[in-house]
Design a protein around this ligand. Structure first.
Ligand SMILES: Nc1ncnc2c1ncn2[C@@H]1O[C@H](COP(=O)(O)OP(=O)(O)O)[C@@H](O)[C@H]1O
Ligand SMILES: [Mg+2]
Length: 271
């Protein structure tokens, strides 16, 4: 592959069972005339941790928002765990999916945002139990038991009865992580989850994420500028520029010896 040729298909290395959990097949997303994703192709295998890097404005958040069905693709097909996310088969044809189909597929995906997005009017416990009870139909006792276990995992047991506004940014973000895990997602999407935090709070959040990466089999698609963290947890790194994945590989390769000049330039600017 020449350094100038955008890689057509950045399929990541194969998981133990080789199953693809996420697949983007020629996905195009435009805002007006602005083509943000240009026939994007990539896939993530079950259990893998894949980090997306690339310049600001290159479309990383757009990829995650498409997976959350907060946006719809203009062209192409997104598949999650073998099911089309925004399409469904009817009479042998692929047609735009109805709400019900999309909601079912989306249940497999959890996301943590840069700005926490906790429910401000609910205490920590209810932030975590709300979706399991109302979306999954879990019993209240079971949901609360699970929430306690998750709060212990993220080190926030003593804050269970507080409102989000009574917590630091780092604590709020750890609640947001617990809330995402409470839905038992197969895929966890993390969008610059430490970018809004005071520097001294970043390490605590990254420690929690490292623990999840090393102790669960959740597939992770991560956007981060924390390159040491990316090195620690990633099976593959995808360098994304102008709507396409321009190169991909294990972190040692991408961070130490990238093929592409644009990758070198980008890493030079942020490391
Ligand atoms: N809702 C929107 N309407 C118009 N333009 C948007 C919208 N969301 C994102 N964009 C544009 O799409 C491009 C990619 O944005 P984004 O996915 O947020 O990039 P990144 O996360 O890599 O910084 C940017 O130029 C941004 O301004
Ligand atoms: Mg972004």
């Amino acid at each position: 592959m020449s350094a100038d040729t955008p890689r057509e298909n950045a399929t990541t290395s194969t998981a133990a069972d080789g199953r693809e959990l996420i697949r983007f097949d020629k996905v195009t997303k435009r805002f007006g005339d602005h083509v943000v994703l240009d026939q994007l192709e990539f896939s993530v295998s079950a259990g893998k941790h894949v980090t997306l890097i690339g310049p600001s404005g290159s479309g990383k958040t757009t990829i995650l928002r498409l997976l959350m069905t907060l946006l719809r693709p203009d062209e192409g097909v997104i598949t999650v765990d073998g099911d089309h996310l925004t399409h469904e088969e009817k009479g042998g044809r692929l047609v735009p999916a109805g709400e019900k189909h999309t909601r079912e597929v989306r249940k497999k995906i959890g996301m943590v945002f840069q700005q926490f997005n906790l429910f401000p009017n609910m205490k920590v416990l209810r932030n975590i139990t709300e979706a399991p009870v109302h979306v999954l139909g879990m019993g209240k006792d079971e949901a609360e038991q699970q929430a306690r276990e998750l709060l212990e995992k993220v080190g926030l047991t003593e804050h269970i009865d507080k409102y989000p506004s009574q917590l630091s940014g780092g604590q709020q973000q750890r609640v947001a992580i617990a809330r995402a895990l409470a839905m038992s997602p197969k895929v966890l999407l993390l969008d610059e989850v430490t970018s809004a935090l005071d520097p001294e709070l970043v390490a605590g959040v990254l420690d929690v994420l490292r623990d999840i990466a090393h102790t669960t089999d959740i597939t992770m698609l991560v956007v981060t500028h924390e390159m040491n963290f990316a090195r620690d947890i990633s099976d593959d790194v995808l360098m994304f520029n102008e709507g396409k994945v321009i190169e991909s590989g294990p972190p040692e390769k991408i961070f130490n010896d990238p093929d592409h000049e644009r990758t070198r330039e980008f890493l030079g600017a942020i490391l």
